[in-house]
Design a protein around this ligand. Structure first.
Ligand SMILES: [Zn+2]
Ligand SMILES: [Zn+2]
Length: 415
């Protein structure tokens, strides 16, 4: 436990260091650090990790003062760390794992991971967990069996076998998924299936299972475990890659979907984050976990527009790297300012063929010519229909005349 405590101290130091730096800007749940604070990135904060224990202790005292001034305006800055500093923070780390999800939650020395990136992210995740001083995992949730969510879960289980491993009641034959099952078996970690309404504690925080609501057949995305994490007044919603159908079911289930922070479903795809669903969530903050220049066009302009329309501030791992939220049960402070770019992942459409082709060959034409390639075709040849208008010509006469003019017969229609 001692190690966990010192980790938590460090965490408080790191984050409340941010508060100290920006004490005047640290505001209530409705606000956050301004744009100008983007240089105080999570990565930068991690530097503090390497400091000696003594420094950590000193930092903690300063941090505790900052906590009082930020969280409770009536508390004097001289108020020392009278309460155990290890209590009172939920950290939510949205790791930058490219086009994938991996979220680490730490509260009062207890840790949990929601998804674990692609197979190739194992070292990134391991390093990050080590930097954060993670010694044990209480929970691991694989929202659904796609590689970008469970790819490195086997590696995580191998090092930090969780007390409880959640996987939805759906299987797939992929190597990535089978590796997770084998890793769990090897470490004697039983698989827990999500049950709607079940609640679990993570330190002083708790989370409740909201979905999947029903059987989604082979629609693996819709099988995504949905959960809401609550810490004091602060709430975080995770829905994995759940798409419209699953979102509608969540809405119809009558569960309270409202959340301060919404991890945007399916990496910002327009097949998720439906308008009605988003209304129900009504997030103050939205975090999009996706990779720069990904092949899926995430996030889509549509999703960004919906989030803007709902008034959510947007954070993105593709632009900002790992993004961290620190919550004291009342206020949420971010490791960086929100993104203002609204850059979509959608690629410019491929330039379409700009030339027009002739759709109908005149009835009296004996042959069709491509004046550029010097080929001649029968009027019925498919290739004749692909000749650009500028290079198209019709001919009445014999094939010998054409050959004499330097034309070659098409190899396809063999005129
Ligand atoms: Zn995904
Ligand atoms: Zn998926």
């Amino acid at each position: 436990m001692k190690e966990k405590k010192s980790f938590s101290f460090t965490a408080v130091v790191r984050f409340l260091g941010v508060l100290l730096l920006t004490a005047s800007m640290a505001v209530s749940c409705g606000g956050n650090l301004s744009q100008g604070d983007t240089q105080t990135s999570a990565a930068q904060n991690q530097v503090t990790e390497t400091q000696e224990a003594e420094t950590k202790a000193t930092g903690t005292q300063a941090a505790a003062g900052a906590e009082s001034s930020a969280g409770d305006e009536s508390a004097g800055a001289t108020k020392g760390p009278s309460s155990t500093p290890k209590d009172g923070t939920l950290e939510v780390h949205f790791l930058d794992v490219g086009q994938a999800d991996c979220t680490l939650l730490v509260c009062d020395g207890e840790a949990m991971v929601i998804d674990a990136g692609n197979n190739a992210d194992a070292n990134t995740i391991k390093d990050y967990f080590n930097e954060q001083g993670i010694k044990e995992l209480k929970y691991a949730i694989g929202t659904h069996p796609h590689e970008d969510h469970i790819g490195s879960m086997d590696a995580v289980i191998g090092i930090w076998p969780p007390e409880t491993l959640f996987l939805p009641q759906v299987e797939t034959e992929t190597r990535s998924f089978q590796d997770v099952l084998h890793a769990a078996e090897k470490k004697n970690v039983p698989i827990t299936r999500p049950v709607i309404g079940q609640q679990y504690d993570l330190g002083g925080a708790s989370f409740q299972i909201l979905g999947p609501i029903t059987d989604y057949g082979d629609e693996l995305n819709n099988w995504s475990i949905a959960l809401k994490v609550t810490y004091g007044d602060c709430t975080f919603l995770f829905t994995g890659d759940a798409e419209t159908e699953a979102e509608e079911d969540l809405c119809e289930s009558g569960q309270d979907l409202s959340a301060d922070v919404y991890q945007v479903g399916h990496h910002g795809s327009s097949t998720a984050t439906g308008t009605e669903f988003l209304k129900r969530v009504n997030p103050k903050y939205a975090v999009i976990s996706c990779g720069q220049g990904n092949d899926y066009g995430h996030p889509t302009a549509q999703t960004l527009e919906r989030l803007d329309a709902q008034g959510a501030e947007i954070f993105r791992t593709d632009e900002q790297g790992t993004v961290v939220a620190l919550c004291d049960g009342k206020d949420i402070v971010w490791s960086t300012g929100p993104s203002a770019s609204r850059r979509t992942g959608e690629k410019e459409p491929e330039p379409a063929a700009t030339f027009e082709t002739v759709t109908e060959v005149s009835a009296d034409a004996d042959y069709v010519l491509n004046t550029r390639s010097k080929k001649f075709h029968l009027p019925s040849c498919d290739s004749a229909k692909t000749i650009a208008v500028d290079n198209y010509s019709e001919f009445q006469g014999s094939r010998e005349e054409l050959i004499a003019e330097g034309y070659e017969p098409c190899g396809r229609c063999k005129p």
